[in-house]
Design a protein around this ligand. Structure first.
Ligand code: ASP
Length: 429
């Protein structure tokens, strides 16, 4: 019998987890226990999910390091690197800006921060409710913090940057390392490149192993979330959530799809090729944790060369976040509407610019954009406590925006591959 494709396996796992999680929620949620063994269901789901997430995270540092070094060194002479790097960064900036604009337009069009008669809904949302913990975490963020993000790019200690998940620093170091490697005399160059290619091959192999159990891991992650929060969590802010989901869908199915088409790539095939990665992003809410799967799908299912994908994707997982930038902009606009803030053109412009810049520095981990939203709120003069409102449904929206984040990275890889004259398996001809 033919084995069911991985994305179907993961989809079935998500559906099963939603049902099981819902049953557990009705049986008492966190307190519901497994008969006979007296262990909480949620603890079991948490164990399975955490194990899967940790297995993915375990791969991140060696994978990012090896793939960027191999990618940069493989591109060779500085002329080539500059060309590929230039194309990649231009695409990242353009698609991120387009994503933000989609969010901005839809938010202005639907105005979810106002009620039916056009009044701000701030009071209904009880904007200052029990948010001290979040406020503490994000307190004192301002425009100056945008500068901090870029300072972190050059880490004083590369080992501590890797240990603390500061991926921008690690990426910067790996880029330099790869460039320097490409300048070495032939003998040293070949030996070292061979070594790093070997490391990359090993990491991809281990990724394959972890992916084989992805449906089980995904089941644990989704079942736990549903068992704890149920489906009601997002209800009070359903309209806003729907506008965000619509904007994400427009970006994914219209903006990115049109771009793909323009460059001779079949959008639907691309979505199909990337579906295991998008579903993994959906259940982990982490672009970084999904990176191994994104690389696997982009190379083996979309047919993008290792040369392009090992440069574009690890960079994209941290630097290019279409969904996150879109969300930052819509969330800040929504809160501004709810507070009744006068949304002048200048205010909207600052929101767009800060969303663009901070999305570069946001880490690829769950809920990372909340801190960036705090920076925007501070910059436009709103209390950062307002962010507490977003927590209610952050998880659901995080799942969706993370899927869009990694799809944006993969689209960029496929388009850059086409611009480099490659034939991918998702190309039109
Ligand atoms: N969870 C997102 C990611 O990993 C980041 C965010 O928007 O919070 O891509």
């Amino acid at each position: 019998m033919k084995k069911l494709a991985l994305h179907w396996q993961i989809l079935i796992a998500i559906a099963a987890a939603a049902i099981v999680g819902w049953l557990v929620q009705n049986a008492g949620g966190i307190d519901a226990r497994i008969p006979l063994v007296d262990i909480a269901w949620v603890a079991l789901f948490d164990f399975i999910g955490t194990l899967f997430l940790q297995a993915l995270k375990m791969l991140i540092v060696p994978l990012i390091t090896a793939s960027i070094i191999v990618g940069v060194a493989g591109i060779g002479g500085s002329g080539n690197l500059g060309r590929l790097g230039g194309k990649t960064l231009t695409f990242y900036a353009t698609t991120t800006l387009l994503a933000i604009l989609v969010g901005l337009v839809l938010l202005n069009a639907f105005g979810p921060g106002y009620d039916a008669s056009g009044n701000p809904i701030g009071e209904q949302l009880a904007l200052t409710d029990d948010v001290s913990a979040v406020a503490e975490r994000v307190q004192g963020k301002g425009v100056g913090d945008v500068v901090q993000i870029f300072l972190r790019m050059v880490p004083p200690n590369i080992v501590s940057a890797a240990a603390n998940g500061q991926m921008l620093g690690l990426i910067f170091f790996a880029l330099l390392f790869g460039w320097a490697l490409s300048q070495l005399p032939k003998e040293q160059h070949d030996t070292l490149l061979n070594f790093w290619e070997g490391v990359l091959a090993i990491m991809m192999r281990i990724t394959g192993l972890v992916m084989a159990v992805a449906p089980i891991g995904v089941f644990g992650l989704v079942a736990k979330t549903v068992a704890i929060t149920g489906f009601d969590a997002a209800r009070p802010l359903l309209f806003f959530s729907l506008v965000v989901l619509l904007a994400l869908a427009v970006h994914c199915f219209i903006t990115l799809s049109v771009l793909l088409r323009v460059f001779g790539i079949r959008p639907w095939q691309m979505i199909q090729a990337l579906s295991p990665a998008m579903l993994t992003a959906f259940s982990t809410s982490s672009s970084s944790a999904t990176l191994p799967v994104t690389m696997d799908c982009t190379e083996n299912r979309a047919g993008v060369s290792k040369r392009v994908s090992s440069f574009v994707l690890p960079l994209g997982a941290t630097v290019n976040m279409n969904g996150t930038a879109l969300y930052e902009c819509t969330a800040a606009m929504f809160l501004a509407q709810a507070y009744g803030l006068d949304l002048t053109l200048a205010t909207q412009f600052s929101i767009v610019v800060i969303a663009l810049l901070t999305s570069i520095g946001v880490a690829g981990v769950p809920s990372a954009s909340l801190v960036a939203i705090a920076i925007i709120l501070a910059a436009i003069g709103l209390p950062v406590e307002a962010i507490g409102v977003l927590l209610v449904f952050d998880r659901v929206l995080d799942m969706a925006r993370t899927s869009v984040n990694i799809f944006g990275d993969a689209c960029c890889a496929a388009i850059v591959a086409r611009l480099e004259g490659e034939q991918t398996s998702v190309s039109v001809d």
